[in-house]
Design a protein around this ligand. Structure first.
Ligand SMILES: C[C@@]1(CC(=O)O)C2=NC(=C\c3[nH]c(c(CCC(=O)O)c3CC(=O)O)Cc3[nH]c(c(CC(=O)O)c3CCC(=O)O)/C=C3\N/C(=C\2)[C@@H](CCC(=O)O)[C@]3(C)CC(=O)O)/[C@H]1CCC(=O)O
Ligand SMILES: NC(=O)c1ccc[n+]([C@@H]2O[C@H](COP(=O)([O-])OP(=O)(O)OC[C@H]3O[C@@H](n4cnc5c(N)ncnc54)[C@H](O)[C@@H]3O)[C@@H](O)[C@H]2O)c1
Length: 246
């Protein structure tokens, strides 16, 4: 029977936005692949330790160490390096060491990516486009990393130039809304917020000042969204007369 529910197409990955802020990530190896991993996890505000013999560091990893952007252990990997670690990214040119790392991580239930052995990865990296708070990741699930890069570039080249800035402004507006309407029962207000995103142009969203936001949060007319222009003219809403219903 074909139900009214989404059909299941197994064989994919679960794409998530993993919050590693202040989590301890161990990067094993200090070559080109490790350098890329370090950028990814530092951009997600993780605390990073790199373990690799110093003479194996490439220029970029040496720079991260020198700038103290990462903690550094100058030797080959040892099992005790896993103590207190939340995630492991292994990028070494030594398959025996890779497999040892994988087995230890399995035992200790630490999520691990072993760069040269896809079957030994709890998660894969993807090709990522970043514009402020916006991140778009493309995965080919191990089939064609270079194609992931090509698809990502194609997607990025089709995005509006100010999309990251618009999302930043909407984020600020949503935080302000949550402050004045913290309860989940106030759902309709959130609905109205979606309408603002739909009905305003990206230019409007990008240009929205904090003053405009205060005006917008004071606007109350169910089912309608004021234009930015009318907000500024003070026509449609104006003074806060609560309850907020935006
Ligand atoms: C997306 C990206 C993220 C990143 O790594 O940051 C990424 N690989 C990228 C590039 C890339 N990697 C390789 C080439 C050379 C050309 C080629 O082989 O095509 C190029 C192209 C290039 O360099 O331009 C070689 C390679 N990659 C893997 C193996 C092992 C194997 O497949 O057995 C080997 C052979 C190694 C060897 O033999 O030495 C495995 C993986 N690589 C993945 C991700 C995961 C699957 C992602 C997916 O399928 O979508 C997975 C499974 C595990 C993981 O890494 O997490 C990044 C693009 C970033 C960007 O530029 O946007
Ligand atoms: N997943 C991917 O996207 C991808 C892409 C290219 C290459 N690779 C694979 O990733 C691995 C790393 O590639 P690379 O280009 O960065 O290699 P690389 O030779 O530039 O670097 C290897 C690093 O590992 C360090 N190292 C070696 N043995 C170690 C150990 N026991 N403990 C700690 N550090 C150790 C070395 O000091 C060096 O810094 C290779 O196996 C390569 O085949 C994966």
């Amino acid at each position: 029977m074909k139900g009214p529910f989404p059909e299941i197409h197994g064989g994919g990955s679960l794409l998530l936005a993993w919050q590693v802020r202040n989590r301890r990530v161990l990067v094993i190896g200090g070559g080109e692949v490790a350098a890329g991993r370090i950028v990814n996890v530092l951009n997600a505000d993780a605390k990073v330790t790199v373990v690799s013999p110093r003479d194996g560091l490439n220029d970029e990893v040496a720079y991260r160490v020198e700038q103290k952007q990462v903690d550094f252990i100058d030797r080959k990997f040892e099992p005790s390096d896993l103590d207190g670690v939340d995630m492991v990214l292994c990028a070494v040119d030594d398959p025996v060491a890779s497999t040892q790392v994988y087995k230890l991580c399995q035992e200790k239930r630490i999520a691990a990516n072993i760069a040269d052995v896809p079957p030994e990865c709890d998660f894969y990296f993807g090709s990522v486009h970043r514009d402020g708070p916006l991140q778009i990741m493309v995965s080919t699930n191990g089939n064609g990393p270079k194609l992931a890069n090509i698809v990502r570039r194609q997607i990025a080249s089709n995005l509006p130039t100010n999309i990251g800035a618009a999302i930043t402004r909407v984020g600020l507006l949503r935080r302000k809304l949550r402050k004045i309407a913290p309860n989940i029962e106030e759902g309709p207000k959130r609905m109205q917020m979606s309408k603002v995103c739909e009905q305003w142009s990206l230019e409007d969203l990008t240009e929205m000042t904090e003053g405009d936001m205060e005006e917008l949060l004071g606007f109350y007319k169910p089912g309608t969204v004021p234009s930015l222009e009318s907000l500024r003219l003070g026509e449609d809403g104006g003074a806060y007369d609560g309850p907020f219903l935006i």
